[in-house]
Design a protein around this ligand. Structure first.
Ligand SMILES: Cc1ncc(C[n+]2csc(CCOP(=O)(O)OP(=O)(O)O)c2C)c(N)n1
Ligand SMILES: [Mg+2]
Length: 672
C-alpha cells in the first residue's frame, strides 16, 4: 500500500503539469489551487479511496466531494490517472460538449460525486452523504456502509462561507466519524491574501464544534498519508485535516523566479514563458505536456490491482449479509434503484377543511410507515411546518444512533437543504425537508443545485402567504412563489422542467400533490402549503387531475361566462365568489392550478379545454400577480394579487383589507 515518497511526489507533479496545461490550453481556468492540492488528492486516490474501477456505482464505495469547483483541473487530472478521463479530454477543458466542464458536474460513472462551484455547498453535501451512510448502516445492517468513508475537500472560500458553520455544527453534534475533511489552507484566495479577511483560529473553531483536528504540511506526502490514516481512525467525531498548502506549488515566472503563493495564479493561466518554465520545473515537456509518467502509471496500476482485492473482500462480506438477510438485500436494491417507492395512498386519511400543512402531516405520517428509506428534516419548525407528522412515527438522529429517520437540522435552512442534497447524492434514501416558505430565500442556492443535478429532494414550505398574518411582513411570503416557479420554467439538461412546484388547494389535493412529488424521481419537488384552514373543494372533485398541473374543479359550469383561476387557498375563495356570481346568472368555471409548469407540459387541446381562448378570465393569487399572468391574458381578464409586502394583522382582517374575499371576486369579475 505504501508507495515511495519519490513516486508520490512525481505523481503530484504530474497532476500539477496536467492541471496547469489544461488551463493554459483553454486560456481560462484556475491553476494555482489545483497545483497546491495535488499532493493531497494523489495520496488519497493512490492509497486510501476505496472504489471499484469496474463498477463506479458500487453503493459501498468511499466518496470524494469537492467543494471548490474551481479546482476542477485537479480533480480531472487525478481522475485521468485512474482512467476516468482521457488525456485528450483534459486538453478540451471548458470547450463545448467536453466532459471537462468549467466546474465539475455530477457524474458517478466519471468519478464525480457532486457538482461544485458555489463555494461552501460541496462540503455540506459530503456531510449529508455521511448521514446517509450512517442511516443505511443502521437501517440495512449491511456492514459495507460502516466501512464507507466520505471525504470532503474544502478551501478558504468554503471555510469563509457561512454554511460551513452549519455543516460543522451538524457533523459535530451527530458525531460523523465516517467523515474526513481536508482543508486546503493556502492563505490565498481570489482577490486577496486570506489574512486580509480572516483571522480566526480555524482549528479551535472546529474543535469547539466537536471535531478532531490536525494541522499538517499539505504538500508533504508522508504527513498527508499519516493524517488520513489518523482521521480514518478517529472514533465518534468527524475529523479535519488542515493542510497548509502552497498555492501554485512549483510554479515559475517568466524570469524563472518563484510564482508560488501568488493570487495571480488563482484564476488565470500561468501564461507564456511562466507556463513553460513551470512545466519544465515540474519535470514535464512544455511542448507535449499531456502525458502520464511511466512510474505514475505503474503506481496507479498497482492501486487498481489492490482495489480489486479490496472490493472482492467487501463483496464477499456484502454477499454473506445478503444471504443472511435476503429481504433486506432486495429492499436495499430497490432503495438504490431510485424508483418511486410503493405507497398505499388510500391509507391517507384527510380531515375536512384542514390546513394544507396539516394535510401534509397526514401524508407524512403514512410515508413514515410505508417508506422506510425516507428521511425527513426540519429547520427547528417541525411542529409548525408539520413535518412532526413524520417525526411522531420515528425519532431524530443522534450521535451513535441513526435508527430513526428524522433529521433535526436546527435553524439553518441552507445547511439543511445541502445535507438533504448530499443524502440524495449518496443514494439509497429519499430526503425531504421543511421550513416556512418565506425562508425558502435562505435555501434558494441549494435548490438551484438540486435542480441542476436533477436530484429528487422534496422541499416542504408552509405558511405560504400573507395569511401568516400576525407575524407581519417579515414572515409573509409574497414574491417567493414567483421566484420558485421560475425553476419550473427553467429546463434541466435532460430537457425537463428543472423543478416541480405544487401548491395544493385543499387537504385532498395535498395528498395528490404529495403523490406527484413522491413519484417524481428525476427533479426536485416543492410543496407550498397553507398555515390556515381551507374549505374543501366541492363534493365530487376528481383530485387525480392534479397530475395535469391544472384542472377544472367539480361543480364548474359548462360553457362558462368566466374562468376563475387560482392555486392553493385562493381556489376556495373563487368557489365562494362563484356562488355570488351565479346568483347573477353568471356561469363560472373554476380552475385549480397546483403547478403551471406541469400544466404547460400537457397537450395543447387539454390546455385549451381548461382555459378556453376568448372566454373572460379572472385570476386570484396571494403572491405577485405575475404568478397567474401566464394563464390570464391581459386582453381576456385580470389577475388580483398582492403587489406589496404584507402587513401585520389577523389574517381574516388582511383578507378583507387586501381583497381576498368572495365579495371582491364578485366585484372584480363584474367589472371585467
Ligand atoms: C458562493 C461563491 N462565491 C464566490 C465565488 C467566486 N470564487 C471562486 S473561487 C473564489 C475564491 C476562492 O479562494 P479559495 O477557496 O482559497 O481557493 P484558492 O484561491 O485557494 O484556489 C471565489 C470568491 C464562488 N465560486 N462561489
Ligand atoms: Mg485558498
Amino acid at each position: 500500500m505504501s508507495n515511495s515518497i519519490q513516486v508520490l511526489n512525481h505523481a503530484a507533479d504530474n497532476i500539477r503539469i496536467l492541471a496547469a496545461s489544461m488551463v493554459e490550453k483553454a486560456k481560462s481556468g484556475h491553476p494555482g489551487g489545483a497545483m497546491g492540492g495535488a499532493d493531497f488528492i494523489n495520496v488519497l486516490y493512490s492509497e486510501f479511496l476505496q472504489y471499484d474501477p469496474e463498477k463506479p456505482e458500487w453503493v459501498g464505495r468511499d466518496r470524494f466531494f469537492l467543494d471548490p469547483g474551481h479546482m476542477a483541473p485537479m480533480l480531472y487530472s487525478q481522475l485521468a490517472l485512474i482512467g476516468k478521463f482521457t488525456l485528450d479530454e483534459l486538453a478540451q477543458l471548458r470547450q463545448w460538449g467536453s466532459p471537462t466542464t468549467g466546474h465539475p458536474e455530477f457524474e458517478v460513472a466519471r468519478g464525480i460525486e457532486n457538482t461544485s462551484g458555489p463555494l461552501g455547498q460541496g462540503h455540506v453535501f459530503a456531510i449529508g452523504a455521511a448521514i446517509a451512510a450512517k442511516f443505511l448502516a443502521a437501517h440495512t445492517g449491511n456492514p459495507t456502509f460502516s466501512k464507507e468513508t466520505v471525504y470532503a475537500y474544502i478551501s478558504d472560500g468554503g471555510i469563509e462561507e457561512e454554511i460551513s458553520q452549519g455543516g460543522a455544527r451538524i457533523a459535530g453534534i451527530l458525531g460523523l466519524d465516517n467523515l474526513v475533511m481536508f482543508y486546503d489552507s493556502n492563505d490565498i484566495q481570489l482577490s486577496t491574501e486570506t489574512k486580509e479577511v480572516m483571522n480566526e483560529d480555524t482549528a479551535a473553531k472546529y474543535r469547539a464544534l466537536g471535531w478532531e483536528v490536525k494541522t499538517i504540511n499539505g504538500n508533504d506526502a508522508a504527513q498527508i498519508r499519516e493524517a488520513i490514516q489518523w482521521a480514518k481512525d478517529v472514533q465518534g467525531k468527524p475529523a479535519l485535516i488542515i493542510g497548509k498548502c502552497i498555492m501554485g506549488k512549483g510554479a515559475r515566472k517568466d524570469d524563472g523566479s518563484s510564482y508560488e503563493a501568488n493570487c495571480k495564479t488563482h484564476g488565470a493561466p500561468l501564461g507564456g514563458d511562466a507556463y513553460r518554465n513551470t512545466i519544465k520545473n515540474l519535470g514535464g515537456d512544455p511542448d507535449a505536456p499531456f502525458q502520464i509518467f511511466d512510474d505514475v502509471k505503474e503506481m496507479y496500476a498497482k492501486r487498481a490491482a489492490e482495489l480489486k482485492d479490496i472490493c472482492a473482500a467487501r463483496y464477499t462480506e456484502e454477499a454473506a449479509w445478503a444471504a443472511a438477510n435476503p429481504d433486506k438485500a432486495v429492499q436495499q436494491a430497490e432503495w438504490f434503484s431510485g424508483a418511486a417507492p410503493k405507497v398505499d395512498w388510500s391509507a391517507v386519511q384527510q380531515k375536512a377543511n384542514d390546513a394544507t400543512r396539516s394535510a401534509s402531516a397526514a401524508v407524512l405520517s403514512v410515508l413514515a410507515e410505508q417508506v422506510p428509506n425516507m428521511i425527513c428534516a426540519s429547520a427547528d419548525l417541525s411542529n409548525s411546518d408539520k413535518t412532526d407528522g413524520f417525526l411522531k412515527k420515528t425519532h431524530a438522529f443522534t450521535a451513535g444512533d441513526f435508527s430513526g429517520a428524522f433529521f433535526q437540522a436546527g435553524v439553518a435552512e441552507l445547511t439543511m437543504a445541502c445535507c438533504c442534497i448530499g443524502m440524495a447524492l449518496h443514494g439509497g434514501v429519499i430526503p425531504a425537508c421543511g421550513t416556512f416558505f418565506v425562508f425558502s430565500d435562505y435555501m434558494k442556492p441549494a435548490v438551484r443545485m438540486a435542480a441542476l443535478m436533477e436530484l429528487p429532494v422534496k422541499f416542504i414550505w408552509t405558511h405560504d402567504a400573507f395569511r401568516v398574518g400576525e407575524d407581519g411582513p417579515t414572515h409573509e411570503p409574497v414574491e417567493q412563489e414567483a421566484q420558485i416557479r421560475l425553476m419550473e420554467k427553467l429546463q434541466n439538461h435532460s430537457g425537463k422542467n428543472s423543478m416541480l412546484v405544487l401548491r395544493p388547494a385543499d387537504a385532498k389535493e395535498t395528498t395528490a400533490a404529495w403523490k406527484l412529488a413522491m413519484e417524481n424521481t428525476t427533479t426536485p419537488s416543492a410543496l407550498i402549503l397553507s398555515r390556515q384552514n381551507i374549505a374543501d373543494l366541492p363534493e365530487g372533485n376528481d383530485y387525480s387531475q392534479a397530475a395535469k398541473g391544472a384542472y377544472i374543479v367539480a361543480g364548474s359550469d359548462a360553457n362558462p361566462d368566466v374562468v376563475l383561476v387560482a392555486s392553493g387557498s385562493e381556489v376556495s375563495t373563487l368557489v365562494a365568489g362563484a356562488e355570488l356570481l351565479r346568483k347573477d346568472g353568471i356561469k363560472c368555471s373554476i380552475v385549480s392550478v397546483p403547478s403551471e409548469g406541469l400544466f404547460r407540459t400537457q397537450p395543447a387541446d387539454y390546455q385549451a379545454k381548461v382555459l378556453p381562448a376568448g372566454v373572460k378570465k379572472f385570476g386570484l393569487t396571494a403572491g405577485l400577480p405575475v404568478n397567474l399572468e401566464g394563464l390570464v391574458p391581459r386582453n381576456e381578464g385580470k389577475v388580483w394579487g398582492l403587489s406589496s409586502f404584507g402587513f401585520s394583522a389577523p389574517y381574516k382582517v388582511l383578507d378583507e383589507k387586501l381583497g381576498f374575499t368572495a365579495e371582491n371576486v364578485y366585484n372584480q369579475v363584474k367589472s371585467l
